[in-house]
Design a protein around this ligand. Structure first.
Ligand code: SF4
Ligand SMILES: [Zn+2]
Length: 374
């Protein structure tokens, strides 16, 4: 990626601006970020090196435009047209423009904008429900070829599903706030937007936890360097048509890690096979039990919204049921929490096979132990 900042400085206009990083950075060097000035990089897209080649090349990827201001800021009205001219000339580059001023978009366009330009993606920021409900209807009504939504810094629960359902939004990015004065970001808000994306087949990117991250009601302070890596490690980012991520592998290291996590849960480690279950497995054979597991997973878990989800797995009556509770494969929220398999979507064959493997591994270990006892 490259960055093109044609001007610098901005004016705060919405709750997400409170701890703006441009202001934070400028303050630290004694500069006033509310003063907006054209930069020496204004003409960057057309600048060439000594060999006469453009400095910005498509190989470097997306050109993030106006990252230390807002492209649609009124104070920059006199400079914007020149930028459009450069963007028009560089059809080979992809420009991403992030804005909190989508309501000024229509009055800021070049005369030949038409239905939008292919090389321009407009990213509309919505930090809370209020901003989403004000900005997204405007955003969706505008002639734009590529639209993305940025919920960052996420300041509250934000339901964007009805806007995603239009099919006009290509991607949603979520993230918390960084800096000393960061406001908390709750994992539940992120998870909910993610589920909405999955239901609507929209790409989802969990960019960063922010400095104050809330998970299961507990508040965590996350160091700057970990904010992005932690988000990345969560495996929450989602691309339609792709698997939920590498978590689905079930080789020895993943198996050990899961067994270890399960053994730390009082609830999960309470479950064991009874002598009757052991006798049942001895009679049927593990191949049959595996087929039962495949059947239960397909019928009770695999649907987008399974029937009686959360209560579909009895506490006894079949070794597979016991294994489902012991290995946290009893319902879709346990699968999401423990195995990072997203809910709100049909389980892929690969995911179903993984669950069956987890269950059979637990059953076979219990069976061996149980037989030793008899
Ligand atoms: S619009 Fe963006 S750059 Fe401008 S003050 Fe708000 S957060 Fe900062
Ligand atoms: Zn469950």
């Amino acid at each position: 990626m490259s960055i093109w900042n044609p001007w610098h400085g901005c004016q705060k206009i919405s709750p997400g601006c409170a701890n703006c990083y441009v202001y934070r950075r400028d303050e630290s060097i004694g500069k006033d970020a509310s003063v907006v000035t054209k930069t020496g990089d204004y003409g960057l897209p057309l600048k060439k090196n000594r060999q006469g080649q453009y400095k910005l090349t498509p190989e470097e990827g997306t050109v993030y435009t106006c990252m230390t201001s807002d492209f649609f800021l009124d104070l920059a009205d006199g400079w914007r047209q020149g930028c459009w001219d450069m963007i028009r000339q560089r059809q080979d580059l992809e420009f991403h423009i992030i804005t909190k001023r989508i309501d000024r978009f229509a009055q800021c366009l070049p005369p030949d904008w038409g239905e939008g330009w292919d090389n321009v993606t407009i990213c509309c920021t919505c930090e809370d429900q209020d901003r989403a409900d004000y900005r997204l209807p405007i955003f969706l009504s505008l002639p734009i070829k590529h639209r993305e939504v940025i919920c960052e810094p996420m300041l509250g629960e934000t339901d964007v599903e009805k806007y995603l359902a239009t099919g006009l939004i290509e991607k949603v990015t979520c993230g918390g706030e960084s800096g000393d004065k960061a406001r908390p970001c709750d994992l539940r808000w992120i998870q909910e937007v993610r589920r909405e994306c999955i239901r609507c087949g929209v790409r989802f990117y969990f960019k960063q936890t922010g400095a104050v991250f809330v998970k299961d009601g507990r508040v965590y302070r996350i160091g700057r360097r970990l904010q992005m890596t932690q988000a990345d490690k969560s495996g929450y980012s989602y691309t339609p048509g792709e698997n939920s991520g590498s978590r689905i592998r079930y080789e020895l290291p993943e198996r050990r890690a899961l067994t270890e996590r399960l053994s730390r849960s009082d609830f999960r480690s309470r479950f064991h096979l009874t002598p009757a279950d052991i006798a049942y497995i001895a009679e049927k054979g593990t191949d049959t039990i595996r087929r039962h597991a495949q059947d239960f997973v397909a019928k009770r878990l695999a649907a987008e919204n399974p029937d009686k989800d959360g209560k579909q797995t009895p506490m006894k009556g079949h070794p597979v049921f016991i294994a489902q509770h012991a290995a946290a494969c009893c319902c879709r929220s346990c699968l999401e929490k423990w195995h990072h398999i997203p809910s709100g979507k049909v389980l892929t064959e690969e995911e179903q096979a993984y669950i069956v493997d987890v269950l059979m591994q637990w059953i076979e270990a219990e069976y061996k132990r149980g037989q030793g006892r008899t």
